[in-house]
Design a protein around this ligand. Structure first.
Ligand code: ADP
Ligand code: MG
Length: 700
């Protein structure tokens, strides 16, 4: 929009063809605007100066002002040379040390010039030492002018070409100083910014790159984060509102014969309080005349499947069909078996549709769906294929599918006159703010209670030197008729080695347990092969399942009582919890054994301690968020959710997410058809963002 910011980055003093090429390749910076949208990832307060006698070894980066007294050179061995400058501020002496670049040091720094030295003080040989410090002439800089120093991400290639964080900082400052006032067009109207005390976009860009104080920095961050989150929410909510206006929801008015039959005759246990509450929420939704879009969260084993089944029975009571989709064939088969068992003796036709249902059987299932005979269809994503048509699909349940986004839901809508009600179920406790962003148009229900009588899983930590007792424990459990999971870590970056470790581990387990049969499953196997190995374990043919995290989601083998997780330090908290949830599903006491080496970081110890301490998924999810550092969205990356937030952090900026959502909701409510003049700024900006931001396309 603003022409001046669209200028080629080459027209910035300090950027020639070479730097232009590097900036473009490494940071995707092609224009002035792109450069300004590379936000610093951290800041260091450089408004304070320390004296040498104030230093102590626990300080992070500090700066001191003084002069170099002399240089000295040391060589250790044949080629390693070290240059040391003795530096004083009159209150003490420290050593500045360089392990390379001696020529540069001699050329650049001179004795008796006043410098400001910036670095981390470390005690070495009875004296504080600063290794490879940042040094600037004191006369160049007014201290209070430096304020908060920004740090920019750089790549190896950038550093090799002298484009350090400092160099980027200089470029950014050059740019900001030469932009005339009014270069940044405002993207939020004053009726939003004023009541929230948000600073202007222009001030925010100056403040984010060039903060004079912590306060200025924080105001800039809040403004830019809010803006980002606001447009994400506006996009989601406008979409949801459009959708609601276009489509009516089926009204499931009554609870009838199918539900009551099941509830009174087939259900052998009491629903938990949480299950009852959620059933009420679902029933109210489905009777409202609006289409239900609900996310059902509940820890593993909390009884979501049963809730789904009862919801499907209500659909049938109202003359509709229902389907439930699982992410894998094995899970679909399990649901199929569970549901058939639950409905024993009732005249509800349930069918299974997965990739392996073929030929005559498939044709028959498809036909019975169209003529309405089949009431409940259980399947994989094969269910949303175009060839699958229903007579009257009223409800779709999606199990353990984090990426079942709007696009997939849209395919379901095509299957009936009005869009069916949708219930997405997940055992991964997603923090509220995250759910709001990924499933912005979904309402959320939570089952926060486990059925009674479950024996809590006992979690133990063992070092990898204690294998004898581990193997004995496994042997004992299997002799009592139980089954055992043994999980090896596997991450993409390290895939080859991890797979080799798994193969090696499998071989040695064959030797350690010659009396047992062992299955092996990993992500690199062909799907058919994988399913077959799983099936052997599920049926009890094998006693041990050696696997990578492919078993994380949903598998139900109540007879399995031990979950051994090797190299447990390499797993995140929520992953560990998911894995642990594979056991403890039967009446027998279950165990989760976390195996690690002796050397563990403090953070890892905390993770292991929390696991040994609690089985509560929501407590674990919270602890997980707290343990993670700023800006670390590992959890969301793990579940494959594409994000393109440049500055906001869903995990840490929860309040802003809520605020942005509330504001966006007001706008959508006030102007559902995007016609009011005073909102045009917003709608136009949204259009622009949708055009340029690919990831947004997947939301809408
Ligand atoms: P989830 O899908 O949430 O992991 P499931 O629906 O598979 O959990 O339930 C786990 C087990 O608990 C199943 O065997 C189910 O029959 C049983 N179950 C569900 N609800 C109850 C309840 N209220 N009381 C006792 N057992 C229950
Ligand atoms: Mg389940």
């Amino acid at each position: 929009m603003t022409a001046i910011l669209d200028q080629d980055i080459m027209y910035l003093p300090g950027v020639g063809p070479k730097r232009k090429e590097i900036l473009s390749k490494e940071l995707h910076v092609n224009t002035w605007r792109d450069l300004l949208e590379c936000y610093p990832y951290k800041y260091v307060d450089r408004s304070k100066l320390y004296t040498i006698d104030e230093l102590n070894g626990t300080m992070p980066f500090v700066q001191i002002k003084g002069k170099i007294l002399s240089f000295e050179e040391f060589s250790a061995g044949t080629r390693k040379k070290r240059v040391v400058a003795h530096f004083t501020d009159g209150r003490g002496v420290v050593d500045l040390v360089w392990f390379r670049g001696a020529q540069y040091v001699y050329k650049t720094y001179t004795i008796n010039t006043e410098y400001i030295v910036f670095g981390k003080p470390v005690v070495f040989g009875g004296r504080y030492q600063f290794a490879h410090p940042e040094i600037e002439k004191a006369t160049d800089l007014q201290l209070n002018e430096m304020g908060m120093q920004p740090y920019y991400s750089t790549t190896e290639r950038m550093k090799n070409n002298g484009m350090t964080s400092r160099a980027i900082e200089k470029l950014t400052k050059t740019l900001i100083n030469r932009l005339p006032e009014g270069s940044f067009s405002e993207t939020l109207p004053s009726f939003i910014t004023r009541p929230l005390h948000l600073i202007s976009r222009e001030a925010a860009f100056r403040g984010i790159h060039y903060p004079k104080s912590l306060d200025e920095l924080q105001r800039a961050q809040v403004r830019l984060k809010f803006e980002e989150l606001f447009y994400v929410q506006l996009n989601i909510l406008r979409y949801a509102s459009d959708h609601r206006r276009k489509y009516r929801g089926y009204v499931f008015q009554h609870v009838g014969r199918y539900f009551n039959d099941f509830y009174h005759n087939n259900l052998t246990f009491e629903l938990t309080g949480a299950q009852k509450r959620v059933m009420h929420e679902l029933r109210a939704d489905m009777a409202s005349g609006k289409q239900m879009n609900r996310l059902l969260q509940g820890d593993v084993g909390s009884g979501k499947t049963l809730v789904a089944l009862m919801t499907m029975l209500i659909a049938i009571d109202n003359g509709f069909q229902a389907c439930i989709m699982a992410p894998t064939e094995i899970l679909a088969e399990q649901h199929f078996a569970t549901i058939k068992e639950f409905l024993k003796g009732m005249d509800v036709r349930v069918e299974l549709l997965t990739g392996i249902v073929k030929g005559k059987k498939r044709k028959e299932v498809l036909e019975s769906l169209v003529n309405g005979d089949v009431k409940i269809l259980v399947g994989t994503h094969a269910v949303i294929e175009d060839t699958v048509q229903f007579a009257r699909l009223g409800l779709a349940v999606v199990d353990e599918q984090h990426r079942f986004g709007v696009a997939q839901r849209a395919r379901l809508w095509a299957k009936s006159e009005n869009p069916p009600h949708i219930l997405v179920m997940t055992a991964t406790p997603i923090p509220r703010t995250l759910a709001m962003t990924i499933y912005g148009d979904l309402d959320v229900s939570v089952i926060d209670e486990l059925p009674p009588g479950r024996k809590p899983i006992q979690t133990l930590h063992k070092y990898d030197t204690q294998t004898t007792s581990l193997y004995n424990g496994i042997r004992q459990q299997i002799r009592q008729g139980r089954q055992v999971y043994i999980v090896f870590p596997l991450i993409k970056e390290n895939e080859k080695k991890d797979l080799k470790d798994l193969e090696k581990g499998y071989e040695s387990l064959l030797e350690i347990f010659p009396e047992f049969r062992i299955s092996k499953v990993h992500g690199k196997m062909k799907p058919a092969e994988k399913e077959e190995e799983m099936r052997r374990f599920v049926s009890g043919e094998t006693q041990i399942l050696v696997a990578t995290t492919v078993i994380e989601v949903g598998v139900n083998v109540p007879n399995a009582s031990v979950m051994v997780i090797l190299d447990a330090q390499r797993f995140g908290l929520s992953q560990l919890h998911q894995l642990r949830g594979r056991v403890g599903r039967g009446a027998k006491q279950s165990y989760c054994i976390l195996v690690t080496g002796y050397k563990l970081s403090e953070e890892t110890r905390k993770r292991i301690d929390i696991m040994c301490d609690t089985n509560d998924g929501f407590r674990i999810a919270e602890a997980d968020l707290k343990l993670r550092g700023p800006g670390d969205l590992e959890g969301t990356q793990q579940s494959g959710i594409a994000f393109d937030l440049k500055i906001a952090d869903i995990a840490r900026d929860g309040q802003l997410v809520q605020l942005a959502r509330d504001e966006a909701q007001k706008i959508v409510d006030n102007d559902p058809t995007c016609q009011k003049a005073e909102y045009q700024l917003l709608w136009n900006r949204l259009k622009e963002l949708r055009k340029t931001n690919i990831n947004w396309a997947s939301i809408s």
